[in-house]
Design a binder for this molecule. Structure first.
Ligand SMILES: Nc1ncnc2c1ncn2[C@@H]1O[C@H](COP(=O)(O)OP(=O)(O)OP(=O)(O)O)[C@@H](O)[C@H]1O
Length: 200
């Protein structure tokens, strides 16, 4: 990513953000609430255009996990993972079930899972996509300490297999391979237009 400016509602949020992410590398985004981490991740994932700058090598390589778990409530755990695997032309869900400790919940409806179990299933979806770049927004919300450790292990396994990850989080994930990027210095200066919209 080179010299990116990202915006919300037409107002620049972060300016001049550049970073590289090679296979096997992870980047943890830090910054206070409202500083622009979600906006940056959504832009990198191609869900919204960059205001300026360049994003190379991201298209079709990213699996994005947002704040919501993106589950089908009336499908079982197995059916949800199978659905996502098939969307990405893949079939193996066994390792995702195992790595996120979902084996014993495999035939439960997603709508009947606890918040932390739903989150584990939402994250397990990443594994079945086969996509090399994981873009994750606050992935550990609702997770207990044991599940955070499961998640960190899954990320490290992904990195060891040549994958990469960009993760916005407020907690220490204990992923020693990860570099940190504090977005605070890249916050856009307040624009006159943002304050002059007196008639909105
Ligand atoms: N539609 C919009 N128009 C203008 N500003 C917006 C709009 N949506 C969000 N914002 C602002 O953009 C800024 C960046 O929000 P963003 O969600 O990227 O922050 P964040 O770093 O992910 O925060 P958090 O840690 O709370 O999740 C915030 O100040 C937010 O209020």
């Amino acid at each position: 990513m080179t010299d990116l400016t990202v915006s919300r509602g037409g107002v620049p949020v972060l300016e001049g953000v550049s970073f590289d992410l090679a296979p096997g590398e992870a980047l943890v985004l830090r910054g206070p609430n409202g500083s622009g981490k979600t906006t940056l991740l959504r832009t990198v994932a191609g869900l919204q255009p960059a205001q300026s700058g360049r994003i190379d090598g991201a298209a079709d390589r990213i699996a994005y996990a947002a704040h919501s778990d993106g589950l089908k409530a009336m499908m079982t755990v197995t059916e949800n993972l199978t659905f996502w695997a098939n969307v990405f032309g893949r079939h193996d869900i066994a390792s995702a079930l195992r790595d996120f400790d979902l084996d014993r919940l495999d035939d439960r409806l997603a709508g009947a899972l606890s918040a932390g179990q739903k989150r584990r299933l939402g994250l397990a979806r990443l594994m079945v996509t086969g996509r090399p770049v994981w873009v994750l927004d606050e992935p550990t919300v609702s997770l207990d300490a044991a599940s955070v450790a499961l998640f960190a292990r899954a990320v490290r396994g992904h990195l060891a297999g040549g994958g990469s990850a960009i993760i916005a989080t407020h907690i220490d994930l204990c992923i020693p391979e990860a570099a940190l990027l504090d977005v605070t210095p890249f916050r856009a200066a307040p624009r006159a237009a943002a304050h002059d919209e007196a008639f909105l």
